[in-house]
Design a protein around this ligand. Sequence first.
Ligand code: ZN
Ligand code: MN
Length: 479
Amino acid sequence: MENEYTVTIGLEVHAELSTKTKAYCSCKIGYGDEPNTNICPVCMGLPGALPHFNEEVLNYAMKAGVATNCDIITESKFDRKNYFYPDLSKGYQITQSDKPVASDGYLEIESEDGTKKKIGIERIHMEEDTAKVTHDPFGRGTLLDYNRCGVPLIEIVSKPDIHSAKDAIAYLEKLRKLLIFLDVADCKMEEGGFRADVNVSVSNTDKLGNRSEIKNMNSFKSIERAIEYETKRQIENLKQGKENSQNTLRWDDIEGETSIMRTKENANDYRYFPEADLPKFEVSEERYDNIAENIPELEDAKKERYINDFGLSNKQIIFVLSNMEYIRLFEEANDIISKPKEIANVLMSDVAAYVNENIINPIDLKVTAETIAKYVSLLENGKLNSKTGKKVLKEMLENGGDPETIMKEKGLIQITDEKQIKEMVEKVISNNPESVQDILAGKDRAVKFLVGQVMKESRGKANPEIVNKEIIDQIEKMK
Ligand code: ZN
Ligand code: MN
């Protein structure tokens, strides 16, 4: 019986920090820059080049530690992790072994069935990324881009508290969102900015089984499939009386299976020893306080506030919280006009549709919090109706600009002048005697038709409420 087996999943996440410069030299960080232009003797690992520590990295790592309820260390150091790295030419990675900056925290996740679970965090430490390796598809050689070498990373290691693929993904999504909210990493998965080593072990006793590790995964879908595949494979082995061996595996996304890369080296194979070129360091109380006091409002707190203070629907909340730019537009526009539901709706409908159709990043939108606020208030006080509003918003999205100016330029100012509307209604009524008969016979649906005709007559600019009222008034007089 399969349910006798428990799967245990451990996750080691590497996130590239979004500091301006590298961890141990002053080279700029720039994803997509011309290869090997952001380099110096330190990050190229030339003999005799001395590293110096970028303290921003410590601040960022501490932020992540505080936000995941970790203890922050007071005295720490760096270590060398020795290994043959073709993409790290000094032959070792500067990392932290026995004194990680943060340890023993947790992250609360929500399982599929809605139950909340605390997933322990063993440690968070600081280290550096390697060069980017590109194998020539025609077999002519291997290209190395040192721009990425020395980019600061934090490695976040979970405790063995996760027991399903779905919970693993919930944890990763939560963690990724957290780092983005903290503004310490942009976590662009397609750029390798957030990647996970996934450990899977299966057991039907109290002891953990031997684990296999799948390295460097940067797609949630693949991680979920790989965990499910490994769980099945290991259970199958145990059922056949075979022991699972401790392996490092590769996931093949096309075949949907894992294959052995190497049998696992243990930590002592790396011959960690203290990094002699960087001094030990202390974390002052002042630094800690400064960081702890400046943790921004995080996802769960925002969710609560959006429900309690703004009455947003679940759908609206999920949408607004899906992107930092939507959050900013929403909150800043709402600070101006206090119309949370209306603003969320504009973002969720037309703005999101525009973003999706044009495949742009919300950060590149031409609308601003100010113009959205203004747009919503023009709708609210009846200067725009839903029809003319759409036209104005389309122009705002395509070319930017102030909604009131656009409205005037395009001649879209709503007609609220009752005399003007009265004349249009008279005309429509005399042109549609059948509809009038219908209404007099009690068929109210015909009112809608007449409203539509007047709106057409006004080229969408009449205030539909006034039109509706005027039609009813005029027909009432015919009775
Ligand atoms: Zn450098
Ligand atoms: Mn690492």
